[in-house]
Ligand binder design. Structure first.
Ligand code: IMP
Ligand code: MG
Length: 185
């Protein structure tokens, strides 16, 4: 795998800015669910880094579960809309406050699918926290309750978000020049 510096366009969100925003979101979510139990549902794999930091910024009692979805069909570097469940929750969410934690909302198809699916299990509440929102790319309306940052319509990576499964470990979020990336493959 090549060095990310060969195709990185720019750092969109640096480490300090992420840290500060995650702390703010933790406080905001803690206030919103004060006095209530909360189940954090981390959407694998992109949500791992964000969920790990976010849960440690919460000051209310909560538990954690994970779920893995993938979209398949056309478009390798974009979500196609056909969503498959690879790994379901271990927790029975009936009557629970559920907060989905996801890396990016783009077309909205992934979240729309998982919200519809989990909604049928009758949780007490079902909300969404995303680290990054590509607002202008929305094809399906989804209500996002907590947002880290709005990002432009560019392919991004780092802080849990991958390109071909690499670069999730980076502490910042950057945009990629995908033409340069593909050329160097
Ligand atoms: P949606 O279903 O179109 O909203 O796409 C959401 C999913 O697509 C996210 O969970 C990511 O896995 C993936 N995705 C969307 N944009 C990017 C990106 O810029 N970099 C990496 N993954 C992305
Ligand atoms: Mg994802």
């Amino acid at each position: 795998m090549q060095d990310y510096r060969e195709f990185m366009e720019e750092v969109l969100v640096d480490e300090k800015t992420i840290e500060k925003r995650v702390a703010e979101l933790g406080a905001q979510i803690s206030r919103a669910y004060e006095g209530q139990e909360l189940l954090i549902v981390c959407l694998l794999r992109g949500g791992i880094t964000f969920a790990a930091d976010l849960t440690r910024a919460l000051t209310i009692p909560h538990t954690l579960d994970c779920m893995s979805l993938s979209s398949y069909g056309v478009g390798h570097y974009a979500s196609s809309g056909n969503v498959r469940v690879n790994l379901d929750l271990m927790t029975n969410i009936e009557g629970l406050n559920v907060l989905l934690v996801e890396d990016i909302v783009d077309s909205g198809r992934t979240l729309a699918h998982v919200l519809q699916m989990l909604g049928t299990r009758e949780p007490k509440s079902l909300k969404v926290c995303v680290l990054l929102d590509k607002k202008y790319r929305r094809e399906v309306p989804v209500e996002v309750d907590f947002v880290g940052f709005d990002v432009p319509d560019k392919y991004v990576f780092g802080y849990g978000i991958d390109i071909d499964e690499h670069f999730r470990h980076l502490r910042f979020i950057a945009s990629a020049n995908m033409t340069k990336y593909k050329k160097s493959l």
